[in-house]
Design a protein around this ligand. Structure first.
Ligand code: FAD
Length: 281
């Protein structure tokens, strides 16, 4: 039997389609879903295409000065967005480092988060940016911080009947911020990645990707390093705290032991890069 394709025009229609056809899958860019379908890893009986839902597209300013990135916003658009500056520049940098131009043209930020690949680029960047996600269900909408969104390997808090509608970012501050990844070759998923935002009060927010099912962050260790960003011992303490949170695996991109070694090094080099940038400004 041929798979069906529904084309809802609103979030509410998409949720109704899912309620009527629970075995169908939401289709964003198809970058991952169609590849998984072709490999026989998923066999949905149909698709609910999100392309025609206008509210899911684009980057808009929220009334509080923050940004709302619609779930269907392509990586290409995030990579080129002039709104993602200062403390949010790292989101633009993450988008630029995803795969290659064809994947950046197809793939969406909502699809990337829903897919929850631990080597993906957005999760660490959005975690350091203090992003939240907006999730729609028949009963209404809810907001979740990323620490509550990523539950386990390839598992999120999204229910079967829920749709990720947007990524919500706080108003951009001066920053600076940076996202760096170490990958086997340009365009590959990260072996490990690091995202750092400097604030104006001598503090930072730092997240590590690729070293566990979810981005690693320690707000306690971040507080301890406040005012000591030039102190190598303090930076090493933060690195150790992040290694303690890590739960890396051995895979084709690197061993768990190698990933643990990378965490403090990526952190120190990303931070040094930002401090130089701050000094030069
Ligand atoms: P789809 O493939 O359409 O969907 C993915 C999954 O999410 C499906 O289960 C779908 O049902 C679900 N879904 C999609 N949108 C929603 C929503 N709004 N609400 C609820 N569920 C939803 N990513 C990186 O970060 N870095 C890389 O280096 C990288 N390299 C890649 C290389 C290749 C060759 C490919 C094919 C992909 C790569 N990716 C990489 C992944 C890419 O970023 C995809 O965009 C991402 O995985 C999601 O794809 P998509 O938006 O097309 O979603």
């Amino acid at each position: 039997m041929a798979a069906f394709l529904e084309r809802p025009r609103t979030v509410e229609e998409a949720l109704t389609c899912k309620a009527v056809r629970p075995d169908a899958r939401f289709l964003a860019g198809g970058a991952s879903l169609i590849a998984m379908r072709n490999a026989g890893l998923v066999v949905p009986d149909g698709y609910i295409a999100l392309e025609g839902i206008e509210e899911l597209h684009g980057i808009m300013q929220s009334p509080d000065g923050g940004l709302r990135i619609g779930a269907m916003t392509r990586h290409r658009l995030c990579a080129a967005s002039a709104s993602l500056t200062g403390s949010l520049e790292l989101v633009r940098q993450a988008a630029r480092q995803i795969a290659n131009p064809p994947v950046r043209n197809m793939g969406t930020i909502g699809g990337s988060l829903a897919n929850a690949d631990p080597g993906a680029d957005y999760p660490a960047a959005l975690s350091a940016a203090d992003a939240e996600v907006e999730i729609a269900a028949a009963e209404g909408r809810r907001r979740l911080g990323l620490a509550d969104f990523f539950l386990d390997w390839y598992e999120t808090a999204l229910g079967e009947d829920e749709l990720l509608t947007a990524i919500l970012l706080p108003a951009p501050q001066a920053g600076p911020s940076a996202y760096r990844k170490l990958a086997r070759v340009s365009g590959d998923y990260a072996t490990a990645s690091c995202a750092v935002v400097l604030d104006q009060d001598g503090g930072l927010r730092a997240a590590i990707g690729g070293c566990g099912p979810a981005p690693l962050r320690s707000t306690e260790a971040e507080t301890a390093i406040r005012g000591r960003l030039h102190d190598a011992a303090a930076i090493a303490d933060l690195g150790r705290a992040l290694v303690d949170l890590a739960d890396p695996i051995d895979d084709v991109r690197g061993s768990a032991a190698y990933r643990r070694l990378l965490i403090p090094r990526l952190l120190a080099s990303t931070l040094a890069h930002l401090l130089r940038q701050e000094q030069a400004a």
